[in-house]
Design a protein around this ligand. Structure first.
Ligand code: GLP
Length: 235
């Protein structure tokens, strides 16, 4: 793993956006895997600025998002679709038809998961997957446990995740209990991975990069991948 320790979220975002920008510059038809959450927000702002400054062109890239809550409409401001449009896609020249986010309102969730997985394969796989990390070590919504699921699937969210995400909702009852997430195999199939640890994630990042490799810390599996960069804020 290429490990970069930084002091601030600004430094994390500056470095992360340069890595994403170099992927887009290297291959204008890149397939990018995007994450939501507060961690990549400033990184996305930096990418918007690079687009506005004429440095980056997203017109030929394809995107796949990691996950989406089940049951939230696209118009719900807590859906990951809404987040991505607001925080990035509405401000760059990515083609709407090249944006892929799992449909959390699908009546047939299993069919939606299978079709998402095959769309990724049809696109030739993901060149660079951006990841945040949950306080419990989840990546996407692959929650800690005895087993991890390989492909895109519906995940039942743990108590710890429900609590962590409750801050975005009016009450705990409104937090969706399940989500569609790329599987651990989908993530590990990306050709390169960028894992970001914002302030407060130092302990779980340390467990990820130097503890045992275990499904109890899903992010620790990333140590089995040959091209991972971790940028995290250290006190
Ligand atoms: C959510 C998302 C993850 C994200 C994590 C951390 O549960 N499913 O993809 O990495 O939370 O979020 P934040 O960056 O807000 O700490």
């Amino acid at each position: 793993m290429n490990i970069i320790k930084v002091k601030t979220n600004e430094e994390l975002s500056a470095k992360a956006s340069v890595i994403i920008a170099s992927q887009v510059l290297k291959n204008k038809k890149s397939v990018l895997g995007f994450a939501t959450g507060s961690t990549p927000e400033l990184t996305y702002k930096n990418l918007i600025k690079m687009y506005q400054d004429g440095i980056l062109d997203f017109s030929s890239i394809t995107s796949f998002n990691l996950d989406e809550y089940c049951g939230l409409e696209k118009t719900n401001d807590q859906s990951y679709y809404y987040f991505m449009m607001e925080k990035l896609f509405n401000h760059i020249n990515i083609k709407p038809e090249n944006i892929n986010i799992p449909d959390g309102t699908s009546k047939d969730v299993n069919a939606e998961c299978a079709s998402y997985e095959s769309k990724i394969k049809q696109a030739g796989g993901i060149d660079l997957q951006i990841l945040g990390i949950g306080l419990n070590g989840h990546i996407g919504f692959n929650e800690p446990g005895k087993e991890l699921i390989y492909e895109t699937h519906q995940e039942i969210l743990t108590e710890s995740t429900l609590k962590a995400n409750a801050r975005f909702f009016k009450s705990m009852d409104e937090v969706p209990k399940t989500a569609i997430s790329m599987g651990i195999g989908t993530i590990m199939s990306a050709r390169s991975i960028l894992l970001l640890g914002s302030p407060g994630k130092e302990d779980i990042i340390n467990a990820t990069i130097s503890g045992v490799i275990t499904p109890e810390v899903p992010a620790s599996l990333l140590r089995l991948h040959s091209n991972v960069t971790v940028i995290y804020v250290c006190s």
